[in-house]
Design a protein around this ligand. Structure first.
Ligand SMILES: Cc1ncc(COP(=O)(O)O)c(C=O)c1O
Length: 353
């Protein structure tokens, strides 16, 4: 296996410091470890399920990324103006809130990322403007407004709203906080991904305590930020190395096709029922990391995702096709994967609204 930690770091290298989100979360009242559930697998091994449906009362793992990235960007601005680092315990203070009130964070959202940015901005005293495609439900717009975010309904589709958010910040000078990354734009999305490293560290600690490790990890991907952050942590410090399989909708296999091409490519395809994973272009940070990390790729259909949603519902976990995609990928794995002791790990990445 390639040891990616020994590879030279290029401009697109994702090199997180997992201690940073950990130190901020220590002072966050909404933070607690999410459950790692286990059931027996027919192979004689164990199916591990990381349940992110209740994460920080926001309903998805994305809370760890957007909220933390807002804090990091406020910290960077603070350092620029005051020449010193901000201590995480100062985040709730009036002086930091007064400083942050001059900052506005802008992003596009297919759901969870925009909510996380809106919540982060509200908590830390800053402002948020979220670009929503017209196809997004009004109920979601109201959820953002409840978090005091401004909502811009400027475009028809999610991809157009990403471009619109970029255009917005180019004219207003406000801060673009996207979860995707592209040439020349990597710092804010690397903070978003750094926040997700917490999920892997929570799991590592539990596996270490149980002295039991998964043999296969199935990670669903949109732009690839979640999958890359978890993969980074697994390859960095899990004592038993699993196979890692990246799961994408067959309507949007942007990471798989980029891997085949050896460079980031944009794919075309119909609309998927896995809305959060329906990204036609990969994050270059995620692509670069996954390319160096010995992972495999698998696509799933809308029907397979729905089947996984139904299976999770029977287990009492209410999720969406995007949330259940890791399980759908696991169920689709080749039979010769299901050898004795096969112990897969999946992440249920969001709850149903
Ligand atoms: C519920 C859910 N699962 C998975 C993903 C995929 O994450 P990424 O786009 O970082 O690959 C997202 C992204 O928004 C999501 O909201």
């Amino acid at each position: 296996m390639t040891n990616f930690l020994q590879q030279p770091s290029g401009a697109n290298a994702f090199v997180p410091d997992p201690a940073r989100p950990a130190s901020l979360l220590r002072v966050c009242p909404a933070y607690k470890t999410t459950p790692l559930l286990e059931t027996a697998h027919p192979s004689g091994g164990t199916l591990f399920l990381k349940d992110e449906t209740q994460r920080m009362n926001l309903g998805s793992f994305k809370a760890l990324g957007g909220v933390y990235a807002v804090a990091q960007l406020i910290s960077m601005e603070w350092k620029k103006h005051h020449g010193e680092e901000l201590n995480p315990v100062d985040f709730g203070s009036e002086k930091v809130k007064a400083f942050a009130s001059r900052l506005t964070f802008v992003c596009a959202s297919a759901g969870n990322h925009g909510l996380a940015v809106a919540v982060g901005a509200r908590i830390f005293g800053a402002n948020a403007r979220i670009h929503l495609a017209r196809e997004m439900p009004d109920a979601f717009e109201r959820r953002l407004q409840e978090q005091k975010a401004n909502v811009a309904r400027t475009s028809q589709t999610y991809d157009q709203s990403v471009a619109e958010a970029l255009r917005d910040t180019e004219t207003t000078g406000d801060i673009l906080l996207a979860d995707g990354s592209w040439p020349g734009y990597t710092v804010p999305p690397s903070f978003v991904m750094e926040g997700y490293t917490i999920i892997a560290e929570e799991m590592r600690q539990e596996f270490q305590a149980k002295k039991q490790w998964p043999t296969h990890v199935y990670l669903q991907a949109g732009v690839g930020g979640l999958a890359a952050a978890i993969t980074y942590m697994i390859r960095k410090n899990w004592v038993k190395q699993p196979e890692i399989i990246i799961i994408e909708p067959d309507a949007a296999p942007c990471l798989m096709e980029s891997s085949k091409a050896g460079r980031p490519v944009t794919v075309e395809g119909p609309v998927s029922n896995m809305g959060r994973l329906d990204c036609k272009a990969p994050s270059i940070l995620a692509f670069d990391l996954l390319e160096r990390s010995n992972v495999n790729y698998l696509t799933i259909s809308d029907e397979e995702a729905l089947e996984a949603v139904a299976i999770l519902a029977e287990k009492g976990i209410s999720t969406t096709p995007s949330g259940a995609a890791g399980l759908a990928g696991q169920m689709k794995s080749l039979p010769n994967d299901q050898q004795n002791g096969y112990s897969p790990l999946i992440i249920v990445s969001e709850g149903a609204l």
